[in-house]
Design a protein around this ligand. Structure first.
Ligand SMILES: Nc1ncnc2c1ncn2[C@@H]1O[C@H](COP(=O)(O)OP(=O)(O)O)[C@@H](O)[C@H]1O
Ligand SMILES: [Mg+2]
Length: 304
C-alpha cells in the first residue's frame, strides 16, 4: 500500500492536510486557548505502541470525528485527553482550555479540576442500571456538589430541575423514574448525554457512542450531539467506527492508523477511494454505504 504522504502530498483538497502547514492553520488565534491541545503524545502498553507522537488541536466549538480501524488508538487518545490515563514518561503534553492535564508522563497540578470540564461518554453507556434515570443524570452534578451531599443522594431542587431539563432536551423526559437498566440502548445513551449536560462541561468526548445502536437510534444520538455543539458551543470529539456518520455530522475528521494520525482535515474529502488508500483492506470496516445520502435520509429529530 502506498503511504498517505506519498500519494497525496500537495494534491487536490488533501494537499494541505497533515503537513506542517495544516497544524498551523488549526491553531486558534492569539490569546484564545485551544479547547484541546495535544502535542507529542506517545503511549506504549508493553511492546504495543498505542500512540505514536500524536498532535491534535481542537478549537472551541468544533465538532470533530475521530475515525480508525479497531486497535488504531482512538480510545487510548480519548482516555488521555479525559485525564484517565497517563502517557509514557517524557512523551507528550495535553492542555484543555489552557489548563495542563498532563506533561511528560505526569498529571498537571490542576488535572482533577480540569477533568470536570471534560465529559466523556462511552459505547457501553456507563449508567448504573439499578438506579433511576434521574439519579444517573444527577451524578453529573457530583463534580460540583459537596461529597457528603452527593453520597447521600441529597440534591437540591435546582439540581433536580436541571436533570429533568436535560432529560427533556435529549427527548426522554418520560423515563426519568425508570431504572436505567430498563431503557433501550438508544435511550441509555441519551441519558448518558443528559448527564454530561448536567455536568456543564466545556468539552464532550464520546468514544464510539453509536456503535452499539441501531441506525435510527444512532442518527438520533448524533443529531443530539450536533445540536448540543451548535446551541451550547460545546466542543465535541466523537470517535466513530463508520465514516458515513463522520461525513454527515462532523465538518472535520481526524483519522488514526497504528497509533498515528494519518489524516486531519475536512470530512468531505473522505471518499471511499481515499479511505481505501489510507487503510487498505481495513477500510471495509469503516465504510458501509457507497452513497451516504442514500444511507442517511436527512431529517431532524425532535429535541424537546
Ligand atoms: N489497557 C491496555 N493494555 C494493553 N494494551 C492496550 C490497552 N489499551 C489499548 N491497548 C492496545 O493499544 C492499541 C490501541 O487500542 P485502542 O486505543 O483501544 O484502539 P481503538 O479504540 O482505536 O480500537 C491496541 O493494540 C490495543 O490492543
Ligand atoms: Mg476503542
Amino acid at each position: 500500500m502506498t503511504t498517505w504522504t506519498n500519494s497525496f502530498e500537495g494534491t487536490g483538497p488533501l494537499g494541505y492536510l497533515q503537513s506542517g502547514r495544516a497544524g498551523q492553520s488549526q491553531q486558534p488565534g492569539p490569546g484564545v486557548p485551544a479547547a484541546v491541545a495535544v502535542r507529542g503524545l506517545s503511549k506504549s502498553y508493553g511492546r504495543t505502541k498505542a500512540l505514536r507522537d500524536v498532535a491534535v488541536t481542537i478549537r472551541p466549538g468544533e465538532m470533530v470525528a475521530l475515525i480508525g480501524a479497531s486497535g488504531s488508538g482512538k480510545s487510548t487518545l480519548i482516555r488521555h485527553i479525559a485525564g484517565l490515563e497517563i502517557a509514557d514518561p517524557g512523551h507528550g503534553r495535553i492542555e484543555v482550555f489552557g489548563g495542563l492535564v498532563q506533561h511528560d508522563g505526569r498529571f498537571g497540578p490542576k488535572a482533577r479540576t480540569i477533568r470536570r470540564d471534560v465529559a466523556v461518554i462511552f459505547q457501553q453507556f456507563n449508567l448504573v442500571g439499578r438506579l433511576s434515570v434521574m439519579t444517573n443524570v444527577m451524578i453529573g452534578h457530583l463534580g460540583r456538589v459537596p461529597g457528603w451531599r452527593g453520597t447521600l443522594g441529597l440534591f437540591t431542587r435546582p439540581e433536580r430541575d436541571a436533570a429533568r431539563g436535560a432529560l427533556a432536551r435529549v427527548g426522554i423526559p418520560q423515563v426519568c423514574h425508570q431504572r436505567a437498566s430498563t431503557l433501550s440502548g438508544g435511550q441509555q445513551q441519551r441519558a448518558a448525554i443528559a448527564r454530561t449536560l448536567v455536568q456543564r462541561s466545556k468539552i464532550l468526548i464520546a468514544d464510539e457512542p453509536i456503535s452499539a445502536l441501531d441506525p435510527a437510534s444512532a442518527r438520533r444520538v448524533m443529531n443530539i450531539l450536533a445540536q448540543i455543539n451548535r446551541e451550547d458551543g460545546i466542543s465535541i470529539l466523537v470517535s466513530l467506527h463508520q465514516v458515513e456518520y463522520a461525513r454527515r455530522y462532523c465538518p472535520r475528521t481526524i483519522a488514526m492508523r497504528d497509533g498515528r494520525i494519518v489524516y486531519d482535515g475536512p470530512s468531505t474529502a473522505l471518499t471511499n477511494a481515499f479511505l481505501s488508500d489510507l487503510y487498505g483492506e481495513a477500510s471495509e470496516e469503516l465504510v458501509l454505504f457507497d452513497d451516504p445520502a442514500d444511507a442517511m435520509p436527512s431529517g431532524k429529530t425532535a429535541l424537546a
